[in-house]
Ligand binder design. Structure first.
Ligand SMILES: [Zn+2]
Length: 256
């Protein structure tokens, strides 16, 4: 039988990173699960070591090293296996540590890029993000992705004035919220639409979000009603009038 070509450590690392150190078959994560790299098309059938053909699989899902059960092995073989497993777990932990510190490096780099983008578009010198703000940005990048946060920077720069330091700080304070809203828009258009209606109502009718959610039948709302409801808000001019119109729309005017 032809000996399987071993996969270089660097490629294994890339595969694990891409798969977030998670078995792609059962979802278990390293280091609890010992991960191996599985060929999607087996080498025996012409599969190669390209990233597209490789996937992270835990030892159990990958069929294990040997078909023999632990109970069928000799004591010496058993303890040898256990030592190997320990070593393998340690390797996994090391790789995860390396991955996480790499992630942090790239997050730091991405925050620097956002900082440069922000200040290169506004007439400021010697200003930089505070540590607290950098931390918030990193968290947002992890949650929403770099591209979305960078988009939010451009939206903030287009939407808000950045002539004075105070204005710049105000624009900065909006970026994460913008990214958050974009994220919702992309992942849940219905919720995004409701969010928009809520914001317009709060702004135009001096309502608190809490008031809005008490007055509005969110479970009946559909995003295709957005224009209707926005018009109602603008026409109402006050919270009680808005509640009356909403009642009319959703319940035909019967209270309760
Ligand atoms: Zn698995």
């Amino acid at each position: 039988m032809a000996k399987r070509k071993t996969i270089p450590q660097s490629i294994r690392f890339e595969v694990f990173k891409r798969d977030l150190f998670t078995c792609q078959y059962c979802g278990r994560k390293a280091p609890e699960a010992i991960l191996e790299v599985d060929h999607i098309i087996p080498v025996s059938k012409g599969g190669d070591n390209s990233m597209e053909n490789l996937v992270s699989a835990c030892r159990e899902c990958n069929g294990g090293k040997s078909n023999k059960k632990l109970s069928e092995l000799s004591e010496v073989e058993k303890s040898r296996r256990q030592l190997e497993d320990l070593q393998e777990k340690k390797n996994m932990t090391d790789m995860i540590l390396q991955w996480k510190s790499g992630l942090n490096d790239s997050l730091t780099y991405q925050v620097e890029q956002i900082e440069q983008t922000f200040y290169s578009n506004s007439p400021s010198i010697n200003e930089c993000f505070g540590e607290k703000y950098k931390k918030l940005l990193k968290k947002s990048i992890r949650t929403y992705g770099f591209d979305l946060v960078l988009d939010a920077v451009y939206v903030a720069l287009e939407t808000y004035d950045t002539d004075t330091r105070e204005q710049r700080n105000n624009a900065l304070s909006k970026i994460i919220g913008i990214a958050h809203n974009r994220h919702i828009e992309m992942s849940d258009p219905e919720r995004a639409s409701l969010n928009k209606v809520m914001h317009v109502a709060c702004k135009n009718l001096s309502m608190r979000p809490k008031d809005f959610y008490q007055a509005f039948p969110t479970n009946l709302y559909k995003s295709e009603q957005e224009k209707l409801i926005l018009d109602a808000i603008l026409a109402a001019g006050s919270q009680w009038k808005f509640e009356e119109i909403i009642n009319q729309i959703y319940f035909g005017g019967n209270n309760g």
